[in-house]
Design a protein around this ligand. Structure first.
Ligand SMILES: Cc1cc2nc3c(=O)[nH]c(=O)nc-3n(C[C@H](O)[C@H](O)[C@H](O)COP(=O)(O)OP(=O)(O)OC[C@H]3O[C@@H](n4cnc5c(N)ncnc54)[C@H](O)[C@@H]3O)c2cc1C
Length: 381
């Protein structure tokens, strides 16, 4: 199917330019954004200039045709600087990919130009107050009305919900789970900021109520009742990949911070960097980041090859990378002592942000269940 668009986005910046952007325009401000509980609008525009929002789109749709492997490295780099920024990229990727992969020509034509540049940000609206891990059980309902639908329900914990222009909303229709593209400004959409979360505090989370929201037939992705094994599975796989890669960045940030801190701090027994118990923690971070990076690279390689084995490889990568991130961040706080509890050093934010990754896009427990289940299935084959 052709994309009825002409290029509108910026070409993706080089890896060196992205690294410089993270070092100079993200790292110095991440703790301020964390305290403010929001990301500044100029940052969003700057990310658009650098082509960061949806580089995986083909050039005709405003992207750079970037591979999934390259996208993973990009999300690692952003995750090194700020997990809240990475979380925006994660959900935006999930929504934009859905429009590109499963949308009609009309849906692509309407939404992709804005999504490509980040002028329209996407929010992925699956979780509800009563259903999280059990993603297939949303209480949101879409009822046929004329040629379109009326949607009613409550969504909770939407990353970027305070900033998004396009909501990808999952709800039940008569034949099963369906996915809808809903304009965040549509009458009946009520967006309530969620404040005071522990990690990714600048992720601008929101609860989103849908009260008799009327959408046309062009809001539905694919046929009714069709979203569970297609839109939802594919988007969650990409989200999981993005979070895994972001966690590689967290471990790298912990390592960088700890090497710098221990090199400049003396205790009674000498320089921190010379103490064996400290070096053990540093070596765990080195091994953790390298192993996680390799697992993410493998998941990305399989995505680029369109190999369905990428689904399990991504579960494994996310499980390892997220638990490596929480371990590294916990050690980073320990190494920084009292300083690790303050916003003067990144360790505290990295610690809080890393824990989020063990809950979202398939919690640690769901990953353990899924990965072990695959091991038993392999034996039975
Ligand atoms: C910062 C943040 C951002 C988020 N952003 C989004 C977003 O953009 N869009 C969105 O749709 N959702 C989002 N979420 C919600 C997230 O996807 C859910 O929190 C997640 O799916 C877990 O669901 P839950 O919180 O309801 O936990 P529950 O499902 O209630 O699970 C609670 C605990 O029980 C464990 N558990 C569940 N089932 C089992 C089992 N069978 N065996 C053993 N243990 C089990 C879980 O692992 C977890 O530890 C976000 C959450 C956070 C914290």
């Amino acid at each position: 199917m052709t994309v009825p668009l002409t290029a509108t986005g910026a070409t993706l910046a080089s890896p060196e330019e992205v690294r410089a952007f993270v070092d100079t325009e993200i790292v110095p401000y991440a703790d301020t954004w964390d305290q403010d509980e929001r990301l500044p609008a100029p940052l969003m525009a700057r990310m658009g200039e650098l082509g960061l929002w949806a580089p995986f789109l083909p050039p005709a749709a405003g992207g750079s045709g970037t591979s999934w492997s390259a996208l993973g490295r990009l999300h690692e780099e952003i995750g090194r600087g700020c997990s809240s920024v990475r979380s925006f990229l994660t959900v935006h990727t999930m929504v934009t990919w859905t429009v590109q992969r499963w949308g009609s020509d009309a849906q692509r034509g309407r939404w992709l130009p804005g999504l490509a540049t980040g002028e329209i940000l996407g929010a992925f609206c699956l979780t509800e107050p009563g259903s999280g891990s059990d993603a297939a059980a949303p209480g949101t309902v879409a009822t046929p009305a004329g040629s379109g639908w009326v949607i009613n329900g409550e969504k909770k914990w939407m990353t970027a919900g305070q900033a998004a222009g396009l909501l990808l909303v999952f709800g039940q229709t008569e034949t099963g789970m369906s996915a809808f593209l809903v304009d965040a400004r549509a009458p009946g959409v009520e967006i309530t900021p969620i404040r005071g979360v522990m990690g990714t505090r600048a992720g601008m989370l929101a609860s989103i109520a849908l009260r008799d929201v009327r959408v046309g037939p062009d809001a539905l992705i694919g046929p009714p009742g069709w979203a569970a094994g297609t839109v939802m599975t594919g988007a969650l796989d990409l989200g999981r990949y993005s979070v895994a890669c972001g966690c590689v960045g967290i471990v790298q940030a912990c390592l960088d911070a700890c090497v710098a801190y221990t090199s400049g701090r003396r205790v009674r027994d000498g320089q921190l960097s010379e103490l064996q118990l400290i070096r053990r923690k540093i070596s765990d971070m080195v091994v953790g980041v390298r192993a996680a990076r390799l697992l993410c690279a493998e998941a990305g390689r399989l995505k680029d090859a369109d190999d369905p084995a990428t689904i399990m490889a991504t579960w494994v990568a996310k499980y390892h990378a997220s638990t490596a991130a929480t371990a590294a961040a916990s050690d980073a706080v320990q190494i920084h002592g009292a300083n690790g509890f303050t916003a003067d050093h990144p360790a505290a934010r990295l610690f809080r942000d890393s824990k989020v990754a063990e809950v979202i896009e398939g919690s640690t427990e769901l990953q353990q269940i899924t990965i072990a289940g695959e091991a038993y299935r392999e034996v039975a084959r």
